[in-house]
Design a protein around this ligand. Structure first.
Ligand code: NAD
Ligand code: G6P
Ligand code: MN
Length: 441
């Protein structure tokens, strides 16, 4: 196998240590010749590098390591870009979550006015920059983008680049499959071949095939209803996520036909969720005081004794596991089957061709080959079309610098009850986003 070069863009991310661990622990699946780290925040990137340096030297002493804020150095001679930026950082995530809540609407990283619209419009130009660097300095490289909100970013990269050598992905379905596999007593999430339809953070499992070809969904549904969800991935285990898994059972009770993506809680129970959230302390605050603080504390350990510091080695998260496998499937044309975000083009026959949908696909060296799904029932179709309209309008607002389109994107979103509220939220978001957004008129 020829060795590959990977650049992690947004290398100061709290997820980078886990991704590096997966990359190096899975070096037989995706052998590396080079690992580049790129970020606009030099200090934060070096903090992550300090933490992971010892592990990299131990596991992969022969690879070239590049740590840089210079796009040319970072993106030259790479085969893969792992894109994981957060424009405006966790401070802006906090604003995205707090502003809708001020008006009684769901405040969430990727959902609703703060997620699809605020974070969406903010994320697009940052991701475009990364794609342009890749196309300029390594035109054959594949960009695996998971910078959020992936649904909106995927629609924007479709319009701008026709998603040529770009694959948008998300770990949520895989994290859910990990739970399912544990509940069914299967050794790995790869032992399930799911059928699934929807948008990113807005979809449903319709079949849970095991390798014998049996659909295990009815059995799984019964287990969930009787015993709840088995929680698996270490990222999705803290108190907030445990609340999500409790809600998951409620969704299955109310809509037992298929098994949902957990993000549907924010749409199907938007008022209950908003009523339950604290506008002065949101998920961003818990991430800042949890995952991010732990990363800084780890760095303090490094600073206390750099020469003897040992990188923390945990079992990898399902996310790193999935990204590396997805990259390897593309790199070596392995034709493995993963849930990814692609242009519909008939994969779900009764949704628009140009919707960016999340479905299973075989990953080939030339890209994803989506697996078509049966036509979907009216309830799901209606929900998806409304959400898809909101996401497309957010991208329209970005391109057209249109206040009206942004207003429509928010007003049509299921998390927002009225146009009056949509306008109030939008006006606050414009102020909060400042130069991260184009000037809307
Ligand atoms: P984080 O704030 O800890 O890290 C983001 C990093 O990106 C920071 O180091 C920041 O300096 C850098 N950055 C910001 N703008 C940049 C730009 N324009 N160019 C280069 N670097 C830039 O965030 P996090 O919580 O670790 O998450 C990172 C991203 O990954 C977010 O978008 C998050 O939503 C996404 N994510 C997606 C999935 C998924 O399922 N798709 C899963 C996990 C995380
Ligand atoms: C899941 C989703 C991601 C999202 C993350 C948020 O993994 O798939 O898209 O970014 O959850 O988790 P957090 O712990 O940052 O709230
Ligand atoms: Mn996701």
């Amino acid at each position: 196998m020829d060795k590959k070069a990977v650049v992690i863009a947004g290398a100061g991310s709290t997820h980078t240590p886990g991704i590096i661990q997966s990359l190096l622990q899975k070096k037989n699946e995706l052998p590396l010749r080079k690992l580049a780290l790129y970020d606009i925040d030099e200090k934060r990137m070096h903090l992550v590098y300090d933490i992971m340096k010892q592990f990299i030297e131990q596991e992969a002493p022969d690879i070239e390591v590049v740590v840089t804020t210079d796009p040319e150095k970072a993106f030259t001679d790479v085969d893969f870009v792992f894109a994981q930026i957060r424009q405006g950082g966790l401070q802006m995530r906090r604003q995205d979550e707090r502003i809708p809540l001020k008006y009684g609407c769901v405040g969430q990283e990727t959902c609703g006015a703060g997620g699809s619209i605020s974070y969406g419009i903010r994320s697009i130009p940052g991701v475009f920059d990364l794609v342009r660097y890749a196309k300029k300095y390594s035109p054959d490289a594949w960009i695996l983008n998971y910078s959020n909100p992936a649904a909106v970013v995927a629609e924007a990269t479709r319009r701008e680049f026709n998603n040529d050598h770009i694959l948008n992905i998300c770990d949520m379905p895989t994290a859910i499959l990990l739970s399912y596999s544990k509940m069914l007593g299967l050794p790995s999430w790869r032992d399930i071949d799911p059928m699934y339809f929807g948008l990113n953070h807005f979809g449903w499992f319709t079949k849970i095939y095991d390798k014998q070809g049996r659909d295990r969904l009815p059995e799984l549904r019964q287990m969930i209803l009787e015993h709840g969800m088995a929680v698996s991935d270490k990222h999705h285990k803290d108190k907030d996520w445990m609340h999500t898994w409790g809600q998951y059972v409620k969704i299955v009770k109310d809509y037992p036909e298929y098994l949902p993506n957990s993000y549907l809680q924010y749409y199907l129970y938007s008022k209950d969720m908003a009523d339950d959230m604290d506008p002065n302390w949101t998920r961003a605050d818990n991430v800042i005081n949890g995952r991010e603080k732990e990363m800084f504390a780890e760095h303090d350990k490094y600073l206390a004794d750099p020469a003897n510091y040992k990188s923390p080695v945990q079992s990898f998260t399902v996310f790193g596991d999935f990204i590396v496998d997805a990259a390897a499937s593309i790199a070596y044309n392995k034709c493995e089957r993963y849930l990814v975000i692609v242009e519909n083009n008939g994969a779900i026959p009764n949704l628009p061709d140009d919707a960016m949908v999340e479905v299973p696909a075989y990953l080939r060296s030339w890209g994803p080959e989506p697996i078509s799904q049966p036509a979907i029932p009216t309830f799901y179709k209606g929900l998806i079309e409304e959400q898809n309209a909101s996401e497309k309008l957010a991208v329209d607002a970005y391109y057209e610098h249109s206040y009206q389109k942004a207003l429509e994107a928010i007003a049509i979103n299921k998390t927002v009850p009225s146009t009056t509220v949509a306008r109030q939220i939008l006006d606050d978001l414009i102020e909060a986003n400042g130069n991260y957004w184009p000037t809307l008129s």
